[in-house]
Design a protein around this ligand. Sequence first.
Ligand SMILES: Nc1nc2c(ncn2[C@@H]2O[C@H](COP(=O)(O)OP(=O)(O)OP(=O)(O)O)[C@@H](O)[C@H]2O)c(=O)[nH]1
Ligand SMILES: [Mg+2]
Length: 350
Amino acid sequence: MAIITYPNEFCKQEAWELVLSAGYSPIAIFTSKKFGNGKLGLPSGKANSIKEQIQQLEADFIFVDDRIKASQAYELSKFFGGIKVIDRNKLILDIFENRAATAEAKLQVKLAELTYEIPRVKDMVKIRRQGEQTGMFGYGAYEADKYVRSLRRQMHEISRKLDEFKTRKAIQMKKRQEGDFFLVSLAGYTGAGKTTIFNLMSNQTKPITGKYFTTLTTTLRMINGIDGAYISDTVGFIERLPHYMIDSFKSTLEEITYSDLVFLVSDYSLPEDEFYRKYRASINVLKELGVPLSRVTVVLNKVDKRKETYKFQDNEISNWLEISAKKDYNTQSLKSSIINSMKLVENKPL
Ligand SMILES: Nc1nc2c(ncn2[C@@H]2O[C@H](COP(=O)(O)OP(=O)(O)OP(=O)(O)O)[C@@H](O)[C@H]2O)c(=O)[nH]1
Ligand SMILES: [Mg+2]
C-alpha cells in the first residue's frame, strides 16, 4: 500500500503505523500539504507526480491520510489507473472492524461505518448525475434515497441496541456508586501503555501488541491491594478522529466520565513536539467527554526509553507522575495516587 500524508514527520510516522496496524504492507510514502480540495482531493500537480511513481511501484492500494469525499476517492482511483483508494476514516474503521470482539464493540463499529457511508452515497449520486458510469457505485437518485433510508433504519436499530448496553452499564455504575466503589480509568493516545498498566495493576493478561488500537472494549477489574478500587482500560485516542466515531464509542468512553480518577497515560519517550501533539489530542477528547481536569492525573509512561530532557508542563493540570509500566518502575506511585484521591473523596462534605 502506498501512503499519501502531510509532510511532517509526525504524520508520516503515524500514517505508516496505521497502515501496519490495519494489516497492510506500506511500500512508499508521498506527501501533500493539501487534502480535500478539487476534483481529486489533491492538488493536480501533486497527483500527477505521484501517479508516475505509483505505476512503477505497482501499488495495489493508496491510503490518503485525511478525509476525502467519495467522489474524490473515485476520481483519484480512476486517475491512478484503477487502484483502490481509502481515506483516513475508512482505514481507522477497518482496524476497528478487525479488532471488534464483543457484541457491543461490533455494534459501535457498525454504527460508525453507517455514519461514514451515508454522505458518501449522496456524493456518488451527484457524480452519477454528471454522466459518470460509476459501476458498483452507480446509484440513481431513487435507489440512493432508498438505500440511505435503509442505512438510517439500521442506524436507528443499532442505536437502540447500544442504548440497552448503556442502560445496563448505568445500572452497574449506580450499584458501584452505592457500594462506594472507587473507579479509576486509563485513558490516552493509542499505544501509550494503558493495557500494560491495566495488566500490572489487576494481574490480567490482556493482549498488548504494539500496534494501534489493540484495545477496543472497556474492561473493568479490581485493583490489586486496594480494597474497593476498580480500574478500567479503554479504547485509545487518535488525532483527527472524526466526531461521529467518538459518538459511536460513547458508551465505552463514558466509563471515563463516571470515573473518580482518570489516569491520562502518555508516552514520555517521544520527542517533545510529538509528545504534546498526542497529549493535546487526548486532553481535547477528555474535555469533549466532559471530564473535569481536576480529576485527571497525567501518567508519563515509558521513562525507561526516554532520551529527551524536556519537562512536562500544562497549567491546567496539577497532578502528574513518571513511570515505566514495562519495567515496573515507580508504579507504586500510581497506587499512592489512587489512595490519596480515595481519601479526598471520602473526606468530601456531602
Ligand atoms: N519501553 C516501554 N514500552 C512500553 C511501556 N509501557 C508500554 N510499552 C509498550 O508500548 C506498546 C503499547 O502498549 P499498550 O499497553 O498496548 O498500549 P495501549 O495504550 O493499551 O494501546 P491501545 O490499546 O492501542 O490504545 C507495547 O509495545 C508495550 O510493550 C514502558 O513503560 N516502556
Ligand atoms: Mg490497550
